[in-house]
Design a protein around this ligand. Structure first.
Ligand SMILES: Cc1cc2nc3c(=O)[nH]c(=O)nc-3n(C[C@H](O)[C@H](O)[C@H](O)COP(=O)(O)OP(=O)(O)OC[C@H]3O[C@@H](n4cnc5c(N)ncnc54)[C@H](O)[C@@H]3O)c2cc1C
Length: 378
């Protein structure tokens, strides 16, 4: 039987994971990425057990452990460093890993033959035929395959042609992310430390090679420009009276290593597949990073999609099965991420004291709820 040719738009973590899973399952993936080089932003991510399970299935877990940092605890604190909740991640049979995004991206790509990806190609539109789809790029290139997967991120063009132009929803949060070599004395090895204040928060963790990754989030209007004094000085002012390690991190980071991103999501809707065209990762279900599950669920998507195609030779039926497996889980995580962002938005000192008191009392419940997402095996 002829091997189906599958066109993937987007070579981010979702597109790369899908290409690898399809390649390992014996399909012919072809990935078209708009940037001229394969790259990821200079930041870290946490890969929870549900994602390290996927890396294990793709035979990448040992490599990921080697280039990442094993994470044992997720600790929430007040802005002054008082512990609110300490969730042990050790009981999971799979590790939790802090990893540089570029390391994860390379790990996935390294295992896909280079002739399967095409860089500098910007997807423009498709044309569907009886049992195939032709895909057109701005460059004038046209390719034809058996199926098309939109893994083209938050502002997916594949999605807008498939489902309409409804924009993602800005959730009134802006983030700053930084990388540095400074390790504060308060860092507990293996910990993700996350500090909650009034309308803003700050977290940090170790990645591989001893690099520290930190992130800050604060309520802000959409597309707010950087302050005239620059990102670093603005953050120094915002976090001046917070727990010592926080201003220390900011002053130890070069302004050029600080990224800012506005935060959006959209509650997934069905269908997100039409016949032989489907979506995955942020193109299907962008979420706020409060549960750290965006890339983890993109890995799950790619693996499940390849599994469905392996089990079901009809592409249309396989895409329907994939969507029916992924819709309830990703919707639940998008909604949980939105709910937990509301805890970080509280501004009034009384509400903040109440939240902190409740978190202290309900540590067990918070840990169980988080672990219920991590315990899932796609
Ligand atoms: C502040 C922040 C922190 C986060 N922390 C975590 C975390 O700790 N853990 C976690 O799991 N997730 C985290 N996430 C979420 C995670 O980054 C995303 O969910 C994940 O990167 C989505 O991957 P993707 O491949 O679907 O999309 P993307 O990474 O956006 O990739 C899409 C790709 O498509 C390409 N593309 C776009 N349009 C076209 C076109 N027309 N033609 C060709 N190519 C195109 C783009 O260039 C890009 O390479 C975080 C996100 C943010 C903003």
């Amino acid at each position: 039987m002829r091997t189906p040719k599958i066109i993937i738009i987007g070579g981010g973590i979702g597109g790369a994971a899908t290409a690898l899973a399809l390649h390992q399952a014996g399909f012919e993936p072809m990935v078209y990425e708009k940037t001229p080089t394969l790259r990821e932003v200079g930041a870290g991510i946490a890969l929870w057990a549900n994602a390290t399970y996927i890396l294990q299935q793709l035979n990448l877990l040992e490599d990921a452990i080697r280039v990442g940092c094993l994470t044992t605890n997720y600790q929430f604190l007040s802005q002054y460093g008082r512990e609110l909740v300490n969730i042990s991640l050790d009981r999971l049979e799979l590790p939790v890993i802090g990893i540089h995004r570029a390391e994860l991206h390379q790990l996935l790509w390294r295992n896909v033959p280079s002739e399967k990806f095409f860089l500098g190609e910007i997807f423009e539109k498709w044309e569907r035929h009886e049992n195939s789809v032709s895909v057109h790029f701005i460059s004038g290139l046209t390719v034809t395959g058996d199926a098309l997967i939109g893994a083209d991120g938050l502002r997916s063009r594949v999605r807008s042609l498939l489902l309409g132009n409804e924009p993602p929803i800005y959730r009134n949060f802006k983030t700053w992310r930084g990388l540095c070599d400074y390790i504060p004395s308060a860092y507990r090895p293996g910990y993700i430390h996350e500090f909650l204040g009034r309308g803003k928060g700050f977290g940090f963790m170790m990645l591989g090679k001893g690099k520290m990754y930190w992130y800050a989030a604060a309520t802000a209007p959409e597309a707010q420009p950087d302050a005239a004094i620059g990102r670093k000085r603005e953050l120094e002012n915002m976090y001046r009276d917070w727990f010592d390690a926080i201003p220390e991190f900011i002053s130890a980071t070069d302004e050029t290593n600080i990224l800012t991103t506005d935060l959006y999501d959209r509650i997934p809707i069905q269908p997100w597949s039409q016949r032989n065209i489907t979506l995955l990762g942020d193109a299907a279900h962008p979420m706020l990073p409060t549960m750290g599950q965006g890339a983890c669920t993109a890995l799950e998507d790619g693996y499940v999609l390849a599994k469905c195609l392996r089990e079901q030779s009809d592409v249309v039926a396989a895409f329907q099965k994939y969507e029916s497996l992924r819709f309830p889980r990703t919707k639940a995580i998008v909604e949980a991420s939105l709910r937990s962002s509301k805890m970080g938005k509280l501004q009034h000192p009384v509400a903040v004291r109440l939240r902190n008191g409740l978190m202290k009392m309900m540590g067990g419940v918070i840990g169980d709820s988080m672990r219920s997402f991590h315990d899932y095996r796609a």
